[in-house]
Design a protein around this ligand. Structure first.
Ligand code: FAD
Length: 347
């Protein structure tokens, strides 16, 4: 098979890369080791929170104000694209950074000041489930359906997608799978938690991490009017339209054991999630589902977005916040691979 661009990984980031490649007039082949959206992109909390893994005030300090602003603005653009493209799958519920204690309340104030100073929408929230910083324009999405709809959309525009087709060997201009070879001008590898497995030269720069969630309920509508993040972002959740609450986090409780490619939930983290669920909502959890998936983490909290081998770009390592940033990076990688850009939002 021949194409201008071969995209490895059909989660949200890879599908955005394919969409962008098509927009640039490229012929595109997409490969996934399993099913479209069956990894983290289809099994996450569904929060469309603008920004990167660090909160904006922290990102300004770590990456510089202009770079942090550019990244933040790019994720807002992607959020608006998703809400515009998939109104039936998204809810403009806002994101509440719920202060866990007095220290976090102070930090939320600093976070709010930084957002407002840089011209981003945010305000202080009082009332249930507690005080904190509210970003009213942030949203939530059904992550699995997002991937399925995006795959249908790109396939309808003549991208060739192959499931159960792991990329086994990558050379400049050639991707080999069990079932055949793709000869292409350029490759985008968008496999997040599997980046170092596919491109071993990235080992040490990006590593796999297990994130765990549970679903509880249904509970009274309005229990969580906003998608939430709390305890410095360790814990997060949203209430779905059917009343169930998807609640995740407590990775700190699992410690180093969460640095794994295993996607089996553990008793230790799940019990902690149940306790945190009660602390946040005031309700006893009625758990219907427990699950986990693998994501890629980096030391800086910023993703990898680089040409790792000649004409082979890697995008991944969103440190647990890739619904928007992953799509931003997938698009940027496709533009670099198609030769229509020479730098990205991360530069
Ligand atoms: C429990 C949980 C909750 C989360 N909650 C949120 C949230 O609320 N908001 C948010 O922004 N982020 C959240 N995240 C993070 C987010 O899910 C990820 O950052 C994002 O989905 C990454 O998407 P991706 O397409 O880059 O990678 P993935 O979804 O991991 O997709 C990569 C794809 O590559 C495929 N692949 C791997 N190896 C190969 C190979 N050799 N050949 C071909 N294909 C291959 C995989 O099968 C997979 O389908 C959460 C993650 C988890 C696990």
């Amino acid at each position: 098979m021949r194409a201008d661009l071969c995209v490895v990984g059909l989660g949200g980031s890879g599908l955005a890369a394919i969409d962008e490649g098509l927009r640039q007039g490229a012929t595109v082949v997409g490969l996934d080791a399993g099913l479209v959206g069956a990894a983290a992109a289809g099994r996450n909390g569904g929060l469309l929170r603008a920004g990167c893994s660090l909160f904006h005030h922290q990102a300004r300090v770590r990456y510089g104000t202009n770079r942090a602003k550019r990244i933040h603005a790019a994720t807002i653009e992607e959020r608006e694209r998703l809400v515009g493209d998939w109104p039936d799958l998204t809810r403009r519920c806002g994101y509440l950074r719920l202060a866990h204690d007095d220290a976090e309340q102070e930090d939320c104030r600093a976070h709010l000041d930084a957002l407002v100073e840089d011209g981003f929408q945010a305000r202080w929230h009082e009332g249930p489930p507690g005080p904190g910083l509210l970003v009213p324009d942030d949203a939530a999405i059904d992550p699995r359906q997002r991937c399925q709809k995006e795959a249908e959309s790109v396939a309808g525009r003549q991208a060739h997608l192959f499931e159960y087709s792991p990329a086994l060997d990558l050379h400049p201009g050639l991707v080999a799978t069990d079932g055949g070879r793709v000869y292409c001008h350029a490759v985008v590898v968008a496999v997040d938690g599997a980046l170092a497995a596919v491109l071993p030269e990235l080992a040490g720069r990006v590593w796999p991490m297990r994130l765990q969630m549970l679903a509880s309920g249904p509970h009274e509508p309005g229990t969580l009017p906003h998608a939430i993040g709390t305890r410095q972002g360790w814990d997060y959740g949203q209430q779905l339209v059917d009343g169930r609450i998807a609640f995740g986090g407590c990775r700190d409780v699992g410690g180093d054991a969460e640095r794994t490619t295993s996607t089996v939930p553990t008793a230790e983290v799940q019990e902690a999630l149940e306790r945190r669920f009660t602390e946040v909502t005031g309700l006893r959890p009625r758990v219907t589902h427990r699950w986990a998936a693998t994501v890629g983490y980096t030391e800086s909290g910023l993703p990898v977005l680089d040409e790792i081998r000649p004409r082979t770009w890697a995008a991944g390592g969103y440190s647990g916040t890739g619904n928007l940033l992953g799509a931003v990076c997938g698009r940027a990688a496709a533009r670099l691979a198609c030769g229509v850009a020479t730098s990205s939002v991360l530069d």
